[in-house]
Design a protein around this ligand. Structure first.
Ligand code: IPM
Ligand code: MG
Length: 350
């Protein structure tokens, strides 16, 4: 029996995860939902954002769904023990190398975008962000003293052939089930790791996916095109750092960061890590006003990609659409519903 491990974490994480619990109880009552302490909350209790015990439970689960980590409270924690370090450690331990971040515009929300409605209506982009490599993990890294009294801060952007190939395959496979188009974004004009990225994607495409349309795009141009004409994109595959930045920009096209889920996937049969992409939002934490839909939609992705329950995922997605069509709006969407009331609105449609 597969288990969903909830890691509510910090900030608005616990509030939005509570709504996932309610939805899971109604939609998939036989699914075992467990919970563990994580992030800043774990640092406070155990002196580390990710204990070995929680890491092992995550590895043994069917899927892991986290709320959010971090906040100003932990800004002075030692760097390697900050809540964000727990998140990076969990991604690495689970080896979830392909981060699927949909930028999907619900029809009812097209007017909430900062772009003109016609530019975003029907928007459906799937980012595939490499998640366990690149400059986030590259060595050497550090801050060193220089003889002249200055300091030097440095990181290493590094990718190997196999790291690029495995995330590239995920993108090409996804594209085949969509409109068969992949953009690969890098900075091959300045970075050696970007040049290798482009070569490996080119070779992989020629060898295994010649039926898929592939375009290479420089990451800066990709940022510009995302706000100019976002509907030209279907699947965008990119490295860890560019994926972090580009997916935030794309998320905002859809109306609210509070809407977007993500799935981080590793090898077949291994648990995925699901997260709303909004973060801990310390400014509104504890007020009961956060939008729980990104977390609920992350659960939808977990049902689909890890828990083998696609029909339940379809039902849940339809319920979220129906709730939005019926006018359910939290504050970030220009409405007045509380977190619990938005949960109620989805439950009412289930
Ligand atoms: C994200 C976040 C994280 C990242 C932070 C919290 C470490 O911004 O998931 O996009 O940079 O990957
Ligand atoms: Mg980010």
């Amino acid at each position: 029996m597969s288990t969903l491990l909830l890691l509510p974490g910090d900030g608005i994480g616990p509030e939005v995860c509570e709504q996932v619990r309610r939805v899971a109880a109604a939609l998939t009552p036989d699914l075992v939902v467990e919970e563990a302490i994580y992030g800043g909350a774990s640092y406070d209790a155990h002196g580390t954002p990710l204990t070995d015990e929680v890491r092992d439970r995550a590895l043994a689960s069917g899927a892991v769904l986290m709320g959010a980590v971090g906040g100003p409270k932990w800004k002075d924690a030692p760097r390697h023990l900050r809540p964000e370090a727990g998140l990076l450690g969990l991604r690495k331990a689970m080896d979830v190398y392909a981060n699927l971040r949909p930028a999907y515009c619900f029809e009812a929300l097209a007017g909430a975008s900062s772009l003109k409605t016609e530019l975003v209506s029907g928007l459906d982009i799937m980012f595939v962000r490499e998640l366990v490599g690149g400059v986030y993990f590259g060595e050497p890294r550090g801050i060193e003293d220089l003889p002249d009294g200055q300091k030097k801060g440095f990181d290493t952007a590094v990718y190997t052939t196999s790291e690029i190939e495995r995330v590239g395959r995920v993108a090409f496979e996804l594209a085949r089930g969509r409109t068969n188009k992949v953009h690969s974004a890098e900075k091959s004009n300045v970075m050696e790791s970007g040049l290798l990225w482009k070569q490996v994607i080119t070779d992989l495409h020629a060898r295994e996916y010649p039926d898929v349309q592939l375009e290479h795009i420089l990451a800066d141009n990709c940022a510009m095109q995302l706000v100019r004409a976002p509907k030209q994109f279907d699947v965008i595959v990119t490295d860890n750092l560019f994926g972090d930045i580009l997916s935030d920009a794309a998320a905002m096209l859809t109306g609210s960061l509070g809407m977007l889920p993500s799935a981080a996937l590793g090898a077949a049969g291994k648990p995925g890590l699901y997260e709303p992409i909004h973060g801990s939002a310390p400014d509104i934490a504890g007020q009961g006003v956060a939008n729980p839909l990104a977390a609920i939609l992350s659960f939808e992705m977990a049902l689909r990609w890890s828990l083998g329950r696609a029909p339940a995922a379809d039902t849940l997605l339809a319920a979220v659409k129906a709730a939005l069509d019926a006018g359910a709006r939290t504050r970030d969407l220009g409405g007045t519903l509380s977190t619990v009331e938005m949960g109620d609105a989805v439950l009412a449609q289930l």
